[in-house]
Design a protein around this ligand. Structure first.
Ligand code: FES
Length: 134
């Protein structure tokens, strides 16, 4: 008997047997999100269910500009054009940050808004590194 076999038997006798390994979680569904740049150009990026708009846009050439990533600066502001029902709801912290930064109530914070389904289209207000290029 191998040393590993002995270890397994001892674990079972002492009640440390973990049983069958838990199966890994199924992969999250993937959705295509349309981003509109300030000059009207559009591009698509993939988002796994639960990914933030910032994360999804980061998979492209023109990501949403960010600052804090914790809903306090408002840099990641976006305007939702389509698919509002397939985004996570607005939180009280997001509302407070938008008020503190004079951001329209119908805009969202990309770092706090997660994708839940297909058909989301948002306009980016600030593009990372753009410096007025748009
Ligand atoms: S990056 Fe600061 S609020 Fe989203």
């Amino acid at each position: 008997m191998t040393p590993f076999g002995i270890r397994k038997i001892l674990k079972k006798l002492l009640g440390f047997d973990e049983g069958p390994k838990a199966s890994s979680a199924p992969p999250r569904p993937k959705y295509s999100v349309t981003f509109v740049l300030p000059d009207g150009q559009e591009y698509q990026a993939d988002a796994r269910e639960g990914d933030s708009l910032v994360l999804a846009s980061g998979r492209s050439e023109y990501p949403i500009s960010t600052g804090c990533m914790d809903s306090s600066c408002g840099t990641c502001e976006v305007l939702v054009l389509e698919g509002q029902d397939n985004l996570t709801p607005v939180t009280s912290k997001e509302t407070a940050t938008k008020e503190a930064n004079n951001i329209d109530a119908n805009h969202r914070l990309g770092c706090q808004t997660a994708v839940l389904g297909e058909g989301v289209k948002v306009q980016i207000v600030n593009v990372l590194g753009a410096d007025g290029d748009f």
